[in-house]
Write a protein that binds this ligand. Structure first.
Ligand SMILES: [Ca+2]
Ligand SMILES: [Ca+2]
Ligand SMILES: [Ca+2]
Length: 331
């Protein structure tokens, strides 16, 4: 409305500035040519010129204001839109983040619900959804304060979706549309890596070569949040008995690990090995678990055959005989 009026005003000024008889603008009216003739005197002309200059200046200012006002209007509209969307969002708390296993006094207040539509109305709050029936979450009907009643465990459930309503206290009718919020459970490093499908004892052939994988594959998992330091696992040999040959662990992927020999076994020397495996995550602080694996060395034909002297002699003699026979035959 303001802009329309201002545009009309500027158009009016421009049209009259082109009129040679137009002499100026006064707050309540403009002086037309007839009025000018009625007061035709030199002083009047000077006054008219002065007012014309003022009018030009006024026109310039008006145009600048119009331009600025249009731009400002866009900002205003945008700000208004943002304010509206912000005020809408205010009633929809998208996510409340809670750390798992919080060592606090329960029930613990996690948020407070509000709604503008409760003005001049007797109202009460109500929540429904994950964990509400189980008594994990509750709301103070009057104040809108939301409470959690027990420790949360991310490894059991990592997110809760809860809807809340504002009801007319007397009619129990909803005052506003359904609103909701999520409770996301933030991970802490409260799980040590664990050995899944773990076998305590393995047979290992004596002739396993140096650097060769042993038939010992370990599936090690960490139940904390995947892709974080809390679930990233490092597996090492903590201790072994006897100490030689050295046994190491190689990671096949993030989860499967396999033992590898860094030397050769000798059944005649050691028939049994005890390997302490240490699996630690990279959390701060890290937590770890150890398991002991038993290796039973299986005797194999690991020594090259030895011949008695007599046997060697006989073999040699036969070979010589055959050689001489073939030479004589072909000559
Ligand atoms: Ca947990
Ligand atoms: Ca955890
Ligand atoms: Ca962990």
């Amino acid at each position: 409305m303001f802009h329309t009026k201002l545009r009309r005003f500027c158009g009016f000024l421009l049209s009259h500035c082109k009129d040679a008889n137009f002499v100026g603008w006064l707050p309540q009216h403009y002086i037309s040519s007839s009025l000018y003739h009625r007061h035709s005197c030199q002083r009047g002309k000077e006054l008219a010129r002065s007012m014309m200059r003022s009018l030009s200046l006024l026109l310039l200012v008006a145009l600048i204001v119009l331009g600025g006002s249009t731009e400002g209007s866009e900002h205003h509209k945008q700000a208004k839109r943002e304010t509206l969307s912000r005020s809408k969002r205010r009633w929809v708390l998208s996510t409340i983040e809670l750390e798992e296993e919080m060592d606090v006094k329960y029930p613990y207040k996690i948020s407070t619900m509000h709604n503008l539509k409760t003005a001049d109305t007797e109202y009460e709050f109500e929540i429904k959804g994950d964990g509400v029936k189980e008594g994990l979450f509750s709301i103070n009907k009057t104040t809108g304060e939301v409470y959690v009643h027990r420790r949360l465990d991310r490894e059991q459930k990592k997110s809760y979706h809860i809807t809340f309503d504002i009801l007319d206290k007397i009619t129990k009718q909803k005052i506003d549309r359904d609103l909701s919020f999520d409770v996301d459970v933030r991970d802490i490093n409260d799980n040590a890596p664990r050995f899944a499908a773990f076998q305590k004892s393995y047979d290992v052939k004596e002739n396993t070569k140096e650097g060769e994988y042993l038939p010992v594959i370990m599936d090690i998992v960490d139940d904390d949040e995947p892709g974080t330091i809390n679930s990233s696992v490092v597996v090492t040999v903590g201790k072994q008995s006897p100490p030689e040959p050295k046994i190491a662990v190689k990671s096949i992927n993030g989860r499967l690990h396999q033992l590898v020999s860094e030397g050769c076994f000798d059944y005649d020397k050691e028939k049994h090995f005890s390997i302490v495996i240490n699996a630690s995550d990279r959390g701060k602080p890290p937590v770890s678990r150890t398991e002991v694996i038993e290796l039973n060395i299986i005797d194999t034909n690991s020594h090259p055959p030895t011949f008695k002297k007599r046997q060697a002699r006989i073999t040699y003699d036969i070979n010589v005989y055959l050689f001489c026979f073939l030479i004589c035959k072909f000559h």
